[in-house]
Design a protein around this ligand. Sequence first.
Ligand SMILES: CC(=O)NCC[C@H](N)C(=O)O
Length: 171
Amino acid sequence: MNLETGLMNKVALRQPQVADGIGIWSLVRDTGVLDVNSPYSYLMLCKFFSDTCVVAEQEGQIVGFLSAFRPPADQQTLFVWQVAVAESQRGNGLGKALLKALIRRDACKNVRYLEATVSPSNLASQALFRGLARDFATCCEVSECFPAHLFPGGTHESEMTFRIGPFRYQT
Ligand SMILES: CC(=O)NCC[C@H](N)C(=O)O
């Protein structure tokens, strides 16, 4: 058991580096439920947003990834863009460990709300964020962020905002 993260099987959490870009892109693609952004976008996240991104590594393999940033117009909020967990790690609490590792970072000091968007069919992700709110004994409000018609081709679900907070103590 990793004492820092409470994770089994020697999964280590750390800030991403640009060398992780291909592994992150492959992980997101292999989840089959997330929007696969360009490989360039993951290199950019690793280079310019590493303070608010987390990778989970096991025996040299990227098995988890979280990307986030603090919106310039609302520095009290942390917007979580993607949470990706490898099939092999499902049900081990890795998603929540990624979120809690990020929230504990200095880069997230004074964060009062965490927001993320989740599609209606992604029940695992919905449970993750509702569970995080429960763990912090705070609220989780759900509202529509991006209706389906804003996406081209009629194949993308709507995206619902899960807004967690206020965090009642220094996160
Ligand atoms: C929290 C999370 O992973 N949201 C996914 C948003 C969107 N569908 C994407 O995959 O980037």
